[in-house]
Design a protein around this ligand. Structure first.
Ligand code: SF4
Ligand code: SF4
Length: 383
């Protein structure tokens, strides 16, 4: 597989500009030459929850439209756009998400199917290290060419979310919470994501970094103008480039560390793999990582001898960043309780988290529509 990462600048979502830059990227990608009228293409955007394009949480409609146009130029007629959000997965929910994100309108105008049937099925993962079978949304099973349309965002649990983590959306709705419960440990969760990557294998990964998200992403952060599009055939190498731009050590990103342990990627991006506007590749000045990733690595347990691991893990639990409900902001919608894999959130007009059962997956933080769940670090005053 070609591990080249293409970079190009785009300072706005002006459609003519985005069309031009996406066409440039497609012109450089070897995989795009395989596209033809018989291709069954799935566009997999990042559609985490109900957010408008300017919130920089979801893949921007101008990028999706430009990709559809690039596909049509190559004779592709069978194009489906599909994702599954973090909460309930049903036609009404998905339709409202597509509409708010602007993707519904793009699909209508471009004559592309926007998938709302919400069916799913099993795909075996015989080579999987920690998972032997996944349940995936039906369009993933039905397509023969997946285009991963990710967003350039930070992530409180994983450090960053871009091409690889976007594939977690191939798992239907609340079933995602079951995977968090099954793999509460970040390292094993990273292994699960790599098993998933191996059976989904997008042919092209394109990251919308025109307007990215910094701070406590993937939903609670702050939009940040980055002005870049990234693309490649290997999502892992594309993500190494995203980490380089964020100033984040890729080996602190659990799924990249898991991939590196399997020799699927390097510890950081080899600059020789960059093509296109290579001058744009340098750490973004002052880019805000999630609070949980500021400062050094607090994951000590894996570095101490076996006997010491349990007490060190217990200490880590006390020190680890954890979710806290800001009662003044909470509107009592219950979305956090719905997604929580540990069922440790009680709703009594406002949400309340029982910390002792919390596994720090931060799904509640991702799904809160009003940013009422914050990520707090250890404080002496809370002991
Ligand atoms: S309270 Fe939030 S962070 Fe804790 S387990 Fe539930 S969803 Fe995950
Ligand atoms: S914390 Fe957020 S998601 Fe949970 S009930 Fe309150 S507003 Fe809703």
């Amino acid at each position: 597989m070609d591990k080249t990462v293409l970079l190009c600048r785009a300072q706005s979502y002006d459609q003519a500009l985005v069309d031009q830059q996406v066409e440039f990227l497609f012109g450089q990608l070897e995989a795009a030459r395989e596209l033809n009228q018989n291709s069954r293409v799935l566009l997999k955007p990042n559609l985490l929850a109900k957010h408008p394009p300017e919130a920089a949480v979801t893949t921007h409609p101008a990028v999706v439209r430009a990709v559809i146009r690039a596909l049509k130029k190559r004779g592709v007629t069978h194009i489906t756009l599909a994702d599954s959000c973090g909460g309930l997965y049903n036609p009404a929910v998905m339709k409202s998400l597509y509409k708010v994100s602007g993707l519904w309108q793009v699909c209508q105008e471009e004559g592309v199917e926007c998938y709302t049937e919400c069916r799913y099925g099993a795909r075996p993962a015989p080579e999987g290290r920690v998972v032997k079978e996944f349940t995936l949304i039906q369009p993933v099973l039905d397509s023969d060419f997946i285009i991963d349309l990710a967003k350039f965002k930070t992530h409180v649990m994983a450090g960053c979310t871009a091409a690889t983590k976007n594939l977690f959306g191939c798992i239907p709705g609340l079933q995602k919470a079951e995977w968090h419960m099954r793999f509460p440990d970040k390292e094993r969760f990273g292994d699960m994501l790599i098993d998933l990557l191996e059976i989904v294998r997008p042919r092209i990964s394109l990251v919308d970094g025109i307007l990215g998200l910094e701070g406590d992403g993937p939903a609670g952060g702050t939009p940040r103008q980055i002005g870049l599009l990234l693309a490649g055939e290997d999502p892992l190498t594309v993500d190494l480039a995203v980490c380089g731009l964020m100033g984040l050590d890729p080996m602190r990103v659990p799924y990249l560390a898991a991939a590196q342990r399997r020799d699927l990627c390097d510890q950081s991006l080899d600059p020789a793999l960059l093509r296109g506007d290579t001058d744009a590749f340098c750490p973004i000045p002052g880019f805000a990582l999630p609070q949980s990733y500021q400062g050094g690595d607090t994951d000590f347990a894996h570095h101490v001898p076996g006997l010491l691991q349990k007490p060190v893990q217990a200490l880590e639990r006390v020190l680890a960043p954890h979710p806290v409900v800001m009662a003044s902001r909470c509107i009592g919608c219950g979305k956090c309780a719905e997604i929580c894999p540990q069922h440790t959130i009680r709703l009594d007009k406002k949400a309340k988290i029982r910390q002792e059962k919390c596994i720090r997956c931060f799904c509640c933080h991702e799904m809160c529509p009003v940013k009422a769940i914050q990520v707090k670090k250890f404080s002496l005053f809370r002991l």
